[in-house]
Design a protein around this ligand. Structure first.
Ligand SMILES: Cc1cc2nc3c(=O)[nH]c(=O)nc-3n(C[C@H](O)[C@H](O)[C@H](O)COP(=O)(O)O)c2cc1C
Length: 201
C-alpha cells in the first residue's frame, strides 16, 4: 500500500482513496471491513460494516444495512459518522469523518439491491428487526428459507428492508507506522478540491 508511495500529500490522499476503491471490490482487502462510529442518544456506538462502493472523485463511501437496524435511527437523528480502516500488514490506518445520507427504498437502493448476490439478500429477510430481544437464540431467518435462492415473498421482504448508506467525507487522516518513524497527514475538503497538511504522529 503506502510502502512505495511518494511522501507527498497529493500522493498520500490519492493512494488512500484508490485503496478504499480496491477494498470496496475485494472482501479480502483489510480496509473492506471498516469500523463505523455513530452518535446515539447514549453516546458513541461502533460496529463493523463492509465497504461496498467508493467515489474517490467526490470522497464518497457506501455501505449496506437493514433499515430496521438501530444505526439507521441514529443516523436519522444525527448524520455525523466516523469510519476507521486499518491494515495490520502495511500498518496504515485511515480515519474518515463525514455525514451519512440514507437511501431507503429509493432508486439507488433498488439499483444496488438488483446487483447484490442472491446469498447476500438473505441478510435482509430477517423477520425481526436487528437488535430485537429474543429467547432462545436464533438466526432470525424464516425456517422455510431455502438453502439457495429466495421465494418471491422473501425477496420483496428483503428489498423493503435493504438500505444504502452513502457517506460524504469532509475530512480524513492517514497514519503510517514505520520502523524508522511514523508519518501522519490530515486532509479536508474545500469546495471541489481537498487540502492537507502533515501532522505529528
Ligand atoms: C465482519 C462483519 C461484517 C459486517 N457487515 C455489516 C454490514 O455491511 N452492514 C451492516 O449493517 N452490518 C454489518 N455487520 C453487523 C454489524 O456489525 C452490527 O452488528 C449490525 O449492523 C447491528 O448494528 P447496529 O445495532 O449498530 O445497527 C457486520 C458484522 C461483522 C462482524
Amino acid at each position: 500500500m503506502f510502502e512505495a508511495t511518494e511522501l507527498t500529500l497529493d500522493a498520500w490522499t490519492t493512494t488512500a482513496w484508490t485503496e478504499l476503491g480496491l477494498a470496496a471490490s475485494n472482501l479480502s482487502h483489510p480496509w473492506s471491513h471498516m469500523v463505523l462510529g455513530t452518535v446515539s442518544e447514549n453516546g458513541p456506538r461502533q460496529r463493523t460494516v463492509i465497504l461496498r462502493a467508493v467515489g474517490p472523485e467526490n470522497w464518497q463511501m457506501v455501505f449496506f444495512t437493514d433499515l430496521r437496524s438501530p444505526k439507521i435511527a441514529e443516523l436519522q437523528r444525527d448524520p455525523r459518522i466516523s469510519c476507521l480502516c486499518y491494515d495490520a500488514v502495511s500498518r496504515v490506518q485511515m480515519t474518515v469523518s463525514g455525514r451519512a445520507r440514507l437511501h431507503l427504498n429509493d432508486t439507488l437502493s433498488k439499483l444496488f439491491w438488483e446487483r447484490i448476490p442472491v446469498d447476500s439478500r438473505r441478510n435482509y429477510v430477517g423477520l425481526q428487526p436487528p437488535g430485537a430481544l429474543i429467547d432462545p437464540p436464533s438466526t432470525n431467518l424464516s425456517s422455510e428459507l431455502p438453502e439457495t435462492g429466495l421465494t418471491e415473498e422473501q425477496r420483496a421482504h428483503g428489498r423493503d428492508h435493504f438500505a444504502v448508506v452513502e457517506i460524504k467525507a469532509h475530512s480524513w487522516e492517514i497514519l503510517q507506522l514505520r520502523r524508522s518513524g511514523n508519518f501522519r497527514a490530515k486532509f479536508w475538503t474545500s469546495g471541489e478540491s481537498c487540502e492537507g497538511t502533515w501532522i505529528e504522529p
